[in-house]
Design a protein around this ligand. Sequence first.
Ligand SMILES: Cc1cc2nc3c(=O)[nH]c(=O)nc-3n(C[C@H](O)[C@H](O)[C@H](O)COP(=O)(O)OP(=O)(O)OC[C@H]3O[C@@H](n4cnc5c(N)ncnc54)[C@H](O)[C@@H]3O)c2cc1C
Length: 401
Amino acid sequence: MLLDPSGAARLHHHMASALVVGGGFAGLESAIQLRQAGIEVTLVSNRPFLFVYPTSIWVVTGEKPFPEVCLDLRDVARRHAFQFVEWPVEELSGARRSATIAGREVSADHLVVALGGTPLRPKGVEHTHGISGDPQGSLRMKAALEALVARGSGRIAMGFGGNPADPSAVRGGPAFELMFNVDTLLRRRGLRDRFQLTFFAPMASPGERMGRRAAGAIRTMLGRLGIAMRFGTRIDGFDAAGVLFEGGARLDADLVMFLPAGEGHPVVRASDLPRNAAGFVTVDAGCAVPGFPGVWAVGDSAALEGPAWRAKQGHLAEVMARVTASNVAAAVADRPERASYLPHVGITCLLDTGNGAAYVHRDDETERMIPLPVVGHWMKKGWGAYFKASKRKLVPRLPGL
Ligand SMILES: Cc1cc2nc3c(=O)[nH]c(=O)nc-3n(C[C@H](O)[C@H](O)[C@H](O)COP(=O)(O)OP(=O)(O)OC[C@H]3O[C@@H](n4cnc5c(N)ncnc54)[C@H](O)[C@@H]3O)c2cc1C
């Protein structure tokens, strides 16, 4: 690991320096944009790749090999001329704008916190499969699904949970996507009538953050596909045989996929940074951490402000990264202007079904859901390829994408 060849614990440079921790959507885009703004950048992440979560549902269904959902950070760092260090960050200090890596404290002029969140762990969650957090989870679920399909029949339950301490840290969209993709897979194999599928969530109307129309359309589609629904009852936990609900009810299943809501990253929660009730870093509209000059938090690790239906998403993580880079550049040049992420808070996604998709968009003024049979599936696949190629500078960046 080479952080500072001089051996000093500080990143000394002739230009302003930034230490970005976390190599996901937020951290990588921060590193790229800060570098473009003329800042010397070191990106530290605990794995050598960015995991492209939005296309990871197809690892589970076997439509994409795992490496295709990974973006090599070392390669991207070389192309954008920043330093990449693969190592877990052990501690953060806002007061010292530093991160502890391999027992050594490293600081910079600017510290950008982009460690994401961490999934909550309800009782018995080890009996479920998850596709958030650990990327290897998608491979484990693929193996379990293949084994069940090979058996020829079974019961599959999929769902997601919430975090009342910060309702924006929820992952409903991917849970619906995976359920629709598994339904499509079983139909293609001629096995759908031999599998019982159930979708569960504690909310009375899951998916409502995407808008009332979208939630209604999703319910209609689940019903049309013969997928049972268990909504509106608190999830107490899981056991080896299925899902346990408040009041003693249960849902037996051979395979359970559960996407828990998130909470603050443990390294963030152990730090001196200000946090909301769920442990996400408090930031102002410009992604600056109040009371800690030169410290910024972006993406899932930050406590989002905005409308009640706001949700943590990859595209918003990238918006926050661009806002941060612009504000760091302004601060370095002693210019007073500050960009804000708040006007960009919205929900945008292509909700994939395996044989099509729906374009979902919500902002302050509009709620849209446009069905895109067949073509939507290929559009989402195209986005995945574009995302990786644009980060590798093989194709130009399209505005807003
Ligand atoms: C299955 C799934 C599908 C999704 N689909 C969509 C979608 O279609 N559209 C959309 O906009 N959003 C989608 N999302 C949400 C989106 O993926 C997240 O909002 C986004 O990943 C947030 O980016 P981030 O960089 O803030 O956090 P993360 O992506 O979580 O990145 C955090 C990074 O920090 C690194 N890290 C963690 N701990 C340490 C440590 N101690 N030291 C160093 N590094 C560390 C991790 O390796 C990781 O790379 C989806 C999420 C999931 C799980």
